[in-house]
Design a protein around this ligand. Sequence first.
Ligand SMILES: *Cc1c(COP(=O)(O)O)cnc(C)c1O
Length: 463
Amino acid sequence: MALKTVSDHFRQHAEDWTLFEQAKDYALDYMRTVLDRPVFPEKNAIEGLEAFRSKLPEDPVDPHEILTKLNRFGSPATVAQTGGRYFGFVNGGVIPAALAAKWLGDAWDQNAALYVISPVMSVLEEICEEWLVDLLGLPENTAAGFVGGSSTATLCGLAAGRDYLLRRQGWDVNGQGLFGAPPIRVVLGEGAHSTVYKALSILGLGKDRLIKVPEDDQGRIRADSLPELDDKTLLILQAGNVNSGAFDPFAEICGNARAAGAWTHIDGAFGLWAAASPKLQSLTDGYSQADSWSVDAHKTLNAPYDNGIILCRHREALAQALHMTGSYIVYSQNRDGMLYTPDMSRRGRAVELWASLMALGRSGTAELVEDLHQKAQYLAMSLEKEGFQIRNEVCFNQVLVSCDNSDITNKVLDNIQQSGECWCGPAQWKGEKIIRISVCSYRTTKTDLDRTVTAFVKARQES
Ligand SMILES: *Cc1c(COP(=O)(O)O)cnc(C)c1O
């Protein structure tokens, strides 16, 4: 047995602390310089990514060399979204304590499936569940499942709703599938996020037989255009239209939906956090009457990726929809996280969520949310002063911008994206292409906002 195996090779590196020091040095160097990096990688940095396109190595590669390569070619090609001037999609920054906690959690490499696999993850998830229900003002005993993002969270919430509505009609989806099932109706706003459509099609609810309800000028579902709701209806609302940030009028809808026996899911990927702010929580009035909610900690809360949560009033319904069994699966008296997620093995993302909530506390969470809102308002006001058109009421953290005509808007967006100074993306809004800004990072300062306005003005001059 003199053969040197790959296990020997790894055993040797498992205690090569210099390897982890090297990773730490690169990471710290990245964090120290991120504010000065181009917000979107430059052309030569992207060309540098070709360095990764090699053949699969036949033999193990030295781990120091692996890190060197990642840092040399990977770091410059990152999008500097942890800096202060990234406004694309709805990508949050990273709270320092949460990132540091993630590093530690990565060293633990826990599997959050079951209590017996990881007691620490079970307990942290239990605590996060309790805190979120409290912080967001949700019904007592609401269950939380910790998943990768809102796409999955919405899938879970709608699966629970579908099964619940059908079970009440005497149909067991787990057993019979959807073949021959009594119909249920799906009602949603025309502005629903694309991930909602994806979830519905995965769940066998189709996309052609949905009832789409018109939205108002801000992208809120029109309560007066809703069809009559009944106990065979799956209703999908949103807290935070992905473009305008507008909130559906929950107070007008959720109570009635509940009384009619419908299941209401609220996609609150970034907007649900408004409920944690005394100043903004009126946006969510009435939303606790819903049945399930999806939210991302990696957006507004500024937790690192990936961190989504499904919250469900009906603990049993969520667990039944996502349930699996196997003779080796040992359920305990304690929380078994896999009951509430589609995955069995899952990383311990509650480490970062717990650390984020600890680092912010109740007041810090409220302040963070309000700060993003104020910065969005300031940016909108400053851009408007410079002659840009603001296309939405800035009720939360989203700002929709256009120029005198769509030609100029397109060119300004192009120039902005090339500038390296800041980054935002496009959207279709009321039939027009516009520039979409999401203020989503605690790191953004007033100086960043002023620099962004200057970049917009310059981009227009060059258009
Ligand atoms: C981001 C977003 C999603 C998708 O969430 P992921 O975390 O990217 O899966 C769904 N709905 C809305 C409104 C969003 O903003």
